[in-house]
Design a protein around this ligand. Sequence first.
Ligand SMILES: [Zn+2]
Length: 507
Amino acid sequence: MALARAWSVGLVGVDGHLVEVEADVSQGLPVLLLVGLPDAAVHEARDRIRAAIVNTGRDWPMRRITLALSPATLPKRGSAFDLALAAAVLAAGGQLPPTCLEGRVLLGELGLDGRLRPVRGILPAVVAAARAGIGEVVVPEANAAEAALVPEVRAYGVASLAEALDHLSGRSPRPAAMPAAADGCPAPGPDLSEVAGQSHARRALEIAAAGRHHLSLVGPPGSGKTMLAERLPGLLPPLSPDAALDVTAVHSVAGALPVSGGLLTRAPFQAPHHTASIAALVGGGSGLARPGALSLAHHGVLFLDEAPEFATGVLDALRQPLERGEIVLARSGGLTRYPSRVQLVLAANPCPCASPGGDRHCTCTAATRRRYLGRLSGPLLDRVDLHVPVYPVTRAVLALAEHAPEGSATVARRVAAARAAAGERLAGTGWTTNGDVPGHVLRSRWRLPRGRSVDLDTAMECGLLSARGYDRVLRVAWTIADLAGRAVPDRGDVGEALGLRCQQAVA
Ligand SMILES: [Zn+2]
């Protein structure tokens, strides 16, 4: 036997591609050649697979060995090819029946002692195997539950090269892995019932959730901006099965899946610190381009606390991906794409001195304040439909509150109903929420009867609203109508939307 083939999967972003691993063992001086665009980690595989094979008690063929990974044009990164490479060498050397590699995908990094170590990105790799018609995957034991989330493929977890060989040759077949029973999401997030007072901000949060509107919260430290933002994911509907698979795949590639396993079925929440680098925020890094907080928040909420403190370049890097719903990272080996359909929440103090006492102790001039919040303006803030001032809750307000505040589940039910109404109206358009719909479409296809938009038209004629601001008010008015169960926004809905727009602290 001179030539053998095994199969594995290479990832570009969250897209998996079937990779054929060929091993050729021929006469000649003992040498190992690796061809097909492998990166440094794949090069190091040579030493790992040799040691693993020898330490598993198998023979390393003392001849000329050529290993080829194809397609050659696909960038191949990381250590997940180890198991396929080792199996191909053993099959080519006559130590494993080559037929047992057919119809199987092998994934996993080998330790020098032959142990099989878990790798990132198992879920998208197994999804790609399923799409290619592969019936079985052999993965590291620690990845088995994740691999089993794809029902079209039988997943087998093995702890070592020896176990993998036993399974492949049918000597001691392993039981197929079961998907993790637990929901991959940790305990439900914080509840809205913990937010007392703040009726204005709570209402804005509900509207933001219902229409998937980007939101900005401006208020002094301690006014509860973070508390409010953290409770937004709890108001959003659970992820659809497809969205859950997408979100889990991104977290898998990032190595950020919780150990409990299972699909991530709730909207994720990411709150990168303002000192975060561009790579940490939008993705990147050396070698394999990793997803950043932006993509980890896909189908969920990206919260930028103290947003004016983020470096300008970092904020600018968010613009395009927010618009497109995906981030494209240019690497030497080609382009890597990660999804980035997020709901943005910006929080800011009204001024750089961030005096907790509010205006009383603040010594910032009006110009300083304008400049500070001005850092957010421009294209990023242009995407934000709701600008909400947040005030510290006073004891008087708390004393006035007669009832316990509404909890997240109650609000989430209204949000779900509003989303269903919007979904019905937008069916067939490609948009699913009001936050997605371009202003010109609202103004033409869903033009309001003249009497209902009269206040809006007046505000615009008086110069209180820009053309873009006009469209934002319209979008929000539709969401308010959806929440109220009205087929078309009435004058009151438009008025409330206008109020949410004009109370803003940021121009
Ligand atoms: Zn100040």
